[in-house]
Design a protein around this ligand. Structure first.
Ligand code: NAD
Length: 251
């Protein structure tokens, strides 16, 4: 239980990858703060399961991020994971979707980090883990906002790593390929429309076509990598962008 006595905030942890990371950190003794949307009773159940608190702030605004950080208190492990997707050709891409995706997938990580870093520096220990994506390293059509935001998140992470290099605080990205979560499932209808394909064609010819292992990544595999990045043995791992993408970005 090497995270006993440490507080971990995982944004977007009511579902998918964030929930798996929250479970993995809680299993190592961290006091977890959950964030994200969902049904009240389901969230209450998760809080019971993990001995966690939930702060339901909307992270698409600086004010929402500040409200989260105010309610969470000092943070030792910050996992910026909340994210959303929209699939459309650039000339049809709704401006409000662009703004929301940049705000949540990129700017929120800046706002939480700027609030978390002073405490981490004062303690001489901290971990920032940002859920980026294979799309932080490579592009695909029809995902302009998401890919711009994830490339930006990689840049922010490297900058944090350099600024914090001598303070005991590390900053890294985890970059999954396709993980079977609601975020992936929900983009299937729009991808069918944008590419004129059936559901099966989207699954096999668009999604898994990218992934040489031909398997979706499991959320628990990402939880295990996040736990490793929090270990003392990972103290010299900083500014890295860890692929967990079944070989996608090796091609
Ligand atoms: P998900 O849809 O299952 O979970 C998203 C989480 O973010 C939920 O808890 C949701 O309530 C929360 N959220 C959404 N809007 C929010 C807002 N405005 N403020 C606060 N919280 C908000 O998605 P997921 O697949 O688990 O994705 C998690 C992260 O992983 C995202 O950053 C995503 O880009 C990244 N990612 C996912 C995949 C994949 O294949 N699923 C691949 C690469 C990267």
């Amino acid at each position: 239980m090497f995270l006993s006595g440490k507080r971990a905030l995982v944004t977007g942890s009511t579902s998918g990858i964030g929930l798996a990371v929250a479970r993995a950190l809680a299993a190592e003794g961290a006091e977890v703060v959950l964030n994200g949307f969902g049904e009240e009773s389901a969230i209450a159940k998760l809080c019971d399961e993990l001995g966690a608190r939930h702060v339901g702030a909307d992270l698409t605004t600086a004010e929402g991020c500040d409200a989260l950080m105010d309610a969470a208190g000092p943070i030792d492990v910050l996992v910026n994971n909340a994210g959303m997707q929209h699939v459309a050709p650039v000339e049809e891409f709704p401006v409000e979707k662009w703004d929301a995706i940049i705000a949540l997938n990129l700017s929120a990580a800046f706002h939480t980090a700027r609030r978390a870093v002073p405490h981490m520096k004062a303690k001489g220990w901290g971990r920032i883990v940002n859920t980026a994506s294979a799309h932080s390293k490579t592009a695909s059509p029809f995902k302009s906002a998401y890919i711009a935001a994830k490339h930006g998140l990689d840049g922010l992470t490297k900058t944090l790593a350099l600024e914090l290099a001598q303070s005991g605080v590390t900053a890294n990205c985890i970059s999954p390929g396709y993980v079977w979560t609601p975020l992936v499932e929900n983009q299937i209808p729009d991808t069918m429309k944008a590419r004129s394909l059936t559901r099966e064609q989207v699954m096999n010819d668009v999604l898994l076509a990218k992934q040489p292992t031909k398997r979706f990544v499991q959320p628990e595999e990402i939880g295990a990598l996040a736990v490793f990045l929090c270990r003392e043995e990972a103290g010299n791992v900083t500014g890295a962008n860890w692929s967990i993408d079944g070989g996608w970005t090796a091609e």
